[in-house]
Design a protein around this ligand. Structure first.
Ligand SMILES: C[S@@+](CC[C@H](N)C(=O)[O-])C[C@H]1O[C@@H](n2cnc3c(N)ncnc32)[C@H](O)[C@@H]1O
Length: 196
Protein backbone atom coordinates (compact mmCIF):
# COMPACT_ATOMS: atom_id res chain seq x y z
CA UNK A 1 0.00 0.00 0.00
CA UNK A 2 1.22 3.51 -0.84
CA UNK A 3 0.89 5.70 2.25
CA UNK A 4 3.31 8.41 1.06
CA UNK A 5 0.73 11.19 1.57
CA UNK A 6 0.94 10.69 5.35
CA UNK A 7 4.33 12.44 5.35
CA UNK A 8 2.71 15.60 3.89
CA UNK A 9 -0.28 15.71 6.20
CA UNK A 10 0.83 14.61 9.65
CA UNK A 11 2.51 17.98 10.34
CA UNK A 12 -0.30 20.10 8.87
CA UNK A 13 -0.97 22.94 11.31
CA UNK A 14 -2.70 25.74 9.36
CA UNK A 15 -5.89 25.30 11.34
CA UNK A 16 -7.11 28.87 10.68
CA UNK A 17 -7.30 28.14 6.95
CA UNK A 18 -9.26 24.92 7.40
CA UNK A 19 -11.58 26.54 9.91
CA UNK A 20 -12.72 29.03 7.20
CA UNK A 21 -14.47 26.11 5.56
CA UNK A 22 -17.25 26.26 8.14
CA UNK A 23 -18.84 28.93 5.91
CA UNK A 24 -19.42 26.28 3.27
CA UNK A 25 -21.86 24.31 5.44
CA UNK A 26 -25.17 26.09 5.92
CA UNK A 27 -28.12 24.87 7.97
CA UNK A 28 -30.48 24.81 4.98
CA UNK A 29 -28.33 22.14 3.31
CA UNK A 30 -28.46 19.72 6.25
CA UNK A 31 -31.61 17.72 5.36
CA UNK A 32 -30.32 17.03 1.83
CA UNK A 33 -26.82 16.21 3.02
CA UNK A 34 -28.11 13.92 5.79
CA UNK A 35 -30.20 12.07 3.25
CA UNK A 36 -27.19 11.68 0.95
CA UNK A 37 -24.90 10.60 3.81
CA UNK A 38 -27.52 8.20 5.22
CA UNK A 39 -27.58 10.00 8.58
CA UNK A 40 -30.59 10.01 10.91
CA UNK A 41 -30.73 11.79 14.30
CA UNK A 42 -29.63 8.62 16.13
CA UNK A 43 -26.76 7.63 13.81
CA UNK A 44 -23.20 6.92 14.89
CA UNK A 45 -21.17 8.80 12.24
CA UNK A 46 -17.50 8.78 11.24
CA UNK A 47 -15.98 11.90 9.55
CA UNK A 48 -12.75 10.78 7.83
CA UNK A 49 -9.82 13.19 7.46
CA UNK A 50 -11.87 15.65 9.51
CA UNK A 51 -9.24 18.41 9.78
CA UNK A 52 -10.51 20.83 12.45
CA UNK A 53 -13.90 19.08 12.30
CA UNK A 54 -16.00 21.65 10.46
CA UNK A 55 -18.12 18.87 8.92
CA UNK A 56 -18.20 16.81 12.15
CA UNK A 57 -19.53 19.82 14.10
CA UNK A 58 -22.06 20.59 11.37
CA UNK A 59 -23.29 16.99 11.56
CA UNK A 60 -23.30 17.09 15.39
CA UNK A 61 -25.67 20.07 15.36
CA UNK A 62 -28.22 17.97 13.44
CA UNK A 63 -28.10 14.85 15.63
CA UNK A 64 -30.41 13.83 18.47
CA UNK A 65 -29.19 10.79 20.40
CA UNK A 66 -26.52 10.07 17.75
CA UNK A 67 -22.79 10.77 17.91
CA UNK A 68 -20.10 11.82 15.46
CA UNK A 69 -16.44 10.88 15.66
CA UNK A 70 -13.86 12.55 13.41
CA UNK A 71 -10.33 11.35 12.78
CA UNK A 72 -7.32 13.01 11.21
CA UNK A 73 -3.63 12.23 10.92
CA UNK A 74 -2.63 15.75 12.04
CA UNK A 75 -2.65 16.09 15.81
CA UNK A 76 -2.49 19.90 15.44
CA UNK A 77 -5.81 20.03 13.55
CA UNK A 78 -7.39 17.53 15.96
CA UNK A 79 -6.32 19.48 19.09
CA UNK A 80 -7.57 22.76 17.62
CA UNK A 81 -10.86 21.12 16.52
CA UNK A 82 -11.52 19.57 19.95
CA UNK A 83 -11.06 23.01 21.52
CA UNK A 84 -13.67 24.45 19.11
CA UNK A 85 -16.01 21.53 19.92
CA UNK A 86 -15.75 22.43 23.62
CA UNK A 87 -16.31 26.16 22.85
CA UNK A 88 -19.45 25.26 20.93
CA UNK A 89 -20.76 22.96 23.73
CA UNK A 90 -20.74 19.95 21.42
CA UNK A 91 -18.43 17.68 23.46
CA UNK A 92 -21.27 15.29 24.39
CA UNK A 93 -22.03 14.65 20.71
CA UNK A 94 -18.75 15.11 18.88
CA UNK A 95 -15.09 14.19 19.34
CA UNK A 96 -11.98 14.17 17.12
CA UNK A 97 -9.12 11.68 17.41
CA UNK A 98 -5.75 11.21 15.76
CA UNK A 99 -5.76 8.16 13.47
CA UNK A 100 -4.33 6.97 10.17
CA UNK A 101 -7.03 6.35 7.56
CA UNK A 102 -4.96 3.54 6.04
CA UNK A 103 -5.08 1.64 9.33
CA UNK A 104 -8.13 2.64 11.31
CA UNK A 105 -8.21 1.69 15.01
CA UNK A 106 -11.94 0.81 14.85
CA UNK A 107 -13.66 -2.59 14.75
CA UNK A 108 -15.43 -3.86 11.64
CA UNK A 109 -19.13 -2.86 11.40
CA UNK A 110 -18.95 0.03 13.89
CA UNK A 111 -20.54 3.12 12.28
CA UNK A 112 -23.99 3.70 10.73
CA UNK A 113 -22.58 6.30 8.32
CA UNK A 114 -19.01 6.97 7.19
CA UNK A 115 -18.36 10.18 5.28
CA UNK A 116 -15.70 12.75 4.41
CA UNK A 117 -15.21 16.17 2.87
CA UNK A 118 -12.23 16.42 0.47
CA UNK A 119 -10.30 13.66 2.25
CA UNK A 120 -10.16 10.83 -0.28
CA UNK A 121 -8.69 13.08 -2.96
CA UNK A 122 -5.57 13.78 -0.88
CA UNK A 123 -4.75 10.11 -0.20
CA UNK A 124 -1.84 8.57 -2.11
CA UNK A 125 -3.85 5.31 -2.16
CA UNK A 126 -7.57 6.24 -2.20
CA UNK A 127 -8.66 2.63 -2.75
CA UNK A 128 -6.90 1.50 0.44
CA UNK A 129 -8.54 4.41 2.31
CA UNK A 130 -11.96 3.54 0.90
CA UNK A 131 -11.58 -0.13 1.89
CA UNK A 132 -10.99 0.94 5.49
CA UNK A 133 -14.08 3.20 5.38
CA UNK A 134 -16.18 0.28 4.13
CA UNK A 135 -14.73 -2.11 6.72
CA UNK A 136 -15.70 0.07 9.69
CA UNK A 137 -19.20 0.85 8.34
CA UNK A 138 -22.04 -1.39 9.53
CA UNK A 139 -23.56 -3.70 6.95
CA UNK A 140 -26.50 -1.77 5.46
CA UNK A 141 -24.91 1.54 6.50
CA UNK A 142 -23.80 4.32 4.12
CA UNK A 143 -20.31 5.25 2.97
CA UNK A 144 -20.26 8.63 1.20
CA UNK A 145 -17.84 11.26 -0.02
CA UNK A 146 -18.25 14.99 -0.61
CA UNK A 147 -16.03 17.04 -2.90
CA UNK A 148 -16.45 20.45 -4.61
CA UNK A 149 -17.36 19.82 -8.26
CA UNK A 150 -15.57 22.74 -9.88
CA UNK A 151 -12.30 22.23 -8.05
CA UNK A 152 -12.04 18.79 -9.63
CA UNK A 153 -10.38 18.43 -13.00
CA UNK A 154 -13.06 16.91 -15.22
CA UNK A 155 -12.43 16.04 -18.86
CA UNK A 156 -15.56 16.56 -20.94
CA UNK A 157 -19.13 17.42 -19.96
CA UNK A 158 -20.21 17.41 -16.32
CA UNK A 159 -22.41 14.32 -15.90
CA UNK A 160 -24.99 16.31 -13.93
CA UNK A 161 -28.32 17.77 -15.08
CA UNK A 162 -27.92 20.66 -12.67
CA UNK A 163 -24.29 21.57 -13.61
CA UNK A 164 -25.33 25.00 -14.89
CA UNK A 165 -27.05 25.91 -11.63
CA UNK A 166 -24.11 24.50 -9.68
CA UNK A 167 -21.70 26.77 -11.55
CA UNK A 168 -23.97 29.76 -10.95
CA UNK A 169 -23.91 29.02 -7.21
CA UNK A 170 -20.15 28.51 -7.32
CA UNK A 171 -19.73 31.95 -8.95
CA UNK A 172 -21.81 33.49 -6.17
CA UNK A 173 -19.66 31.75 -3.56
CA UNK A 174 -16.55 33.22 -5.23
CA UNK A 175 -18.15 36.68 -5.04
CA UNK A 176 -18.74 36.18 -1.32
CA UNK A 177 -15.16 35.02 -0.77
CA UNK A 178 -13.90 38.10 -2.62
CA UNK A 179 -16.13 40.42 -0.63
CA UNK A 180 -15.45 39.05 2.84
CA UNK A 181 -12.02 37.47 2.61
CA UNK A 182 -10.42 39.87 0.11
CA UNK A 183 -8.94 37.14 -2.07
CA UNK A 184 -7.95 38.50 -5.52
CA UNK A 185 -9.89 36.75 -8.28
CA UNK A 186 -6.84 35.14 -9.87
CA UNK A 187 -6.01 33.40 -6.56
CA UNK A 188 -9.45 31.96 -5.94
CA UNK A 189 -9.22 28.87 -8.11
CA UNK A 190 -5.91 28.04 -6.51
CA UNK A 191 -7.34 28.58 -3.05
CA UNK A 192 -10.39 26.46 -3.78
CA UNK A 193 -8.21 23.61 -5.04
CA UNK A 194 -6.02 23.66 -2.00
CA UNK A 195 -6.45 25.68 1.13
CA UNK A 196 -9.02 26.69 2.25
C1 LIG B 1 -8.19 18.62 2.19
S1 LIG B 1 -8.05 18.34 3.93
C2 LIG B 1 -9.77 18.33 4.43
C3 LIG B 1 -9.94 18.53 5.91
C4 LIG B 1 -11.40 18.60 6.37
N1 LIG B 1 -12.17 17.46 5.92
C5 LIG B 1 -12.03 19.88 5.91
O1 LIG B 1 -12.77 19.87 4.92
O2 LIG B 1 -11.75 20.94 6.51
C6 LIG B 1 -7.60 16.63 4.01
C7 LIG B 1 -7.42 16.12 5.43
O3 LIG B 1 -7.09 14.73 5.36
C8 LIG B 1 -6.15 14.45 6.38
N2 LIG B 1 -5.42 13.23 6.03
C9 LIG B 1 -4.58 13.02 4.98
N3 LIG B 1 -4.15 11.75 4.99
C10 LIG B 1 -4.71 11.14 6.06
C11 LIG B 1 -4.63 9.84 6.60
N4 LIG B 1 -3.88 8.86 6.06
N5 LIG B 1 -5.34 9.55 7.71
C12 LIG B 1 -6.10 10.51 8.29
N6 LIG B 1 -6.22 11.76 7.84
C13 LIG B 1 -5.53 12.08 6.72
C14 LIG B 1 -5.27 15.69 6.39
O4 LIG B 1 -4.52 15.83 7.57
C15 LIG B 1 -6.28 16.81 6.17
O5 LIG B 1 -6.76 17.33 7.38
Amino acid sequence: MNNKSNEIWKNEDKYDNWELRKHRFVDEMRPVLFQYMGITPDSYVLDCGCGTGVLARYIARGLGSGRVLGFDISRYLVDYGNARIADENLSDVCKLVVADGFELPFDDNTFDAVTNYTYMGVLSDPVAGLKEMIRVCKKGGTVSSITPVRGVEWKGEYPLDFAERLHELYDRQEEIYRKYFFIPKKCISKAMNGIP
